[in-house]
Design a protein around this ligand. Structure first.
Ligand SMILES: O=C(O)C(=O)CO
Length: 327
């Protein structure tokens, strides 16, 4: 399996992607020789033909046809994270490139992120911090209009790996949990999660104080939350999105926030990422936006990298990959 008398060559994105690569380089280098995107692009003829593995973190580098044309020997794409909407599986299959993601290892920290956004938004933590950093603040604020988390109702849309980890956490906060999912979970699972199934989305939206989205991005979930759905939510409710930006119709969200249709939104994902500086979502006061860093803990990044390496090594040996994606 080795090329050039040594370890196989793998392509990664340029250095410094939020420190992710530097956290993981030791794991990669145990098994692969690494080419960075900038070096490939500077001399495609020298580097392109030797690359057999493409590692993708947080959707970078983008597996565009232009990039793939430079990689005639590519055998496998090992992508980090649960979502794989950035990969065109039918196209890659036609090219003979095998693909894997890392679903299991990202659930805990992505669920933490959902709870972090929920708490920060409910308790106006960012506003409070900004006040304390402002030299003009000389008196402690008495009132920031926070909402109570304990005893409130959380609606989870998408009860997969991440959704169920969110439910587990919300139970610890004494929240009432509703969920909506393509397939109902078993009674035993529902009992363990303390979650009540809502047969339709409208019912969940109307009853929840917090609605969190934990679905994959697919044609069916694109625009899942639009003007109609936002209008069904309570005016005191908060929308939390840790899935993918296009699951929410952002124009409708801006209008809903401006018009007070819902109280607030807390988003780890948007489209595009990052939003352009003049995007109207950045001008509404009741929104909290973070830079799609649901998986960005040092521990999870390293677990993800190890999984990506395991997947890639299996493919290089012609074995089935632990997390192989098929179309
Ligand atoms: O796992 C993923 O795909 C994520 O984007 C988590 O934030």
């Amino acid at each position: 399996m080795a090329t050039d008398g040594g370890k196989p060559w793998a392509l990664i994105s340029d250095a410094g992607e939020r420190g992710i690569l530097e956290q993981s380089m030791d794991i990669l280098r145990q098994h692969f020789r690494i080419v960075r995107l900038q070096d490939l692009l500077a001399d495609p003829a020298a580097h392109g033909p030797k690359i057999q593995v493409l590692f993708i973190w947080l959707q970078l580098p983008k597996a565009t046809p232009e990039l793939l044309t430079l990689l005639p020997a590519l055998k496998v794409i090992a992508s980090g994270g649960a979502g794989y909407d950035h990969l065109d599986l039918p196209y890659l299959t036609r090219l003979g490139v095998r693909v894997a993601n890392t679903p299991g290892v990202v659930s805990e920290c992505t669920a933490d992120m959902a709870m972090g956004l929920l708490l920060a938004s409910a308790r106006n933590i960012v506003e409070g911090h900004q006040m304390m950093m402002d030299p003009k603040t000389t008196v402690l604020p008495q009132w920031l209009g926070s909402v109570e988390v304990s005893g409130s109702t959380l609606g989870i849309i998408g009860m997969g790996n991440i959704g169920s980890k969110i439910a587990k956490r919300a139970k610890g906060f004494d929240m009432k949990i509703l969920y909506y999912n393509r397939n109902r979970r078993s009674v035993e699972e529902e009992e363990a999660l303390g979650a009540i199934y809502c047969g339709n989305k409208a019912d969940l939206l109307g009853r929840s104080d917090f609605v969190t989205l934990a679905v994959c991005l697919t044609p069916e979930t694109t625009g899942l939350i639009g003007a109609t759905e936002l209008a069904l939510m309570k005016p005191t409710a908060t929308l939390i999105n840790i899935s993918r930006g296009p699951v929410v119709d952002q124009d409708a969200l801006v209008k809903a926030l401006q018009g007070g249709t819902i109280r607030a939104a807390a988003l780890d994902v948007t489209y595009p990422e990052p939003l352009p500086r003049d995007h109207p979502l950045l001008a509404v006061p009741n929104v909290l936006i973070t830079p799609h860093f649901g998986t960005s803990t040092i521990t999870t990044m390293r677990k993800m990298t190890q999984k990506m390496v395991n997947n890639a090594l299996a493919a290089m040996k012609g074995e089935s990959m632990p997390d192989e994606l098929k179309c």
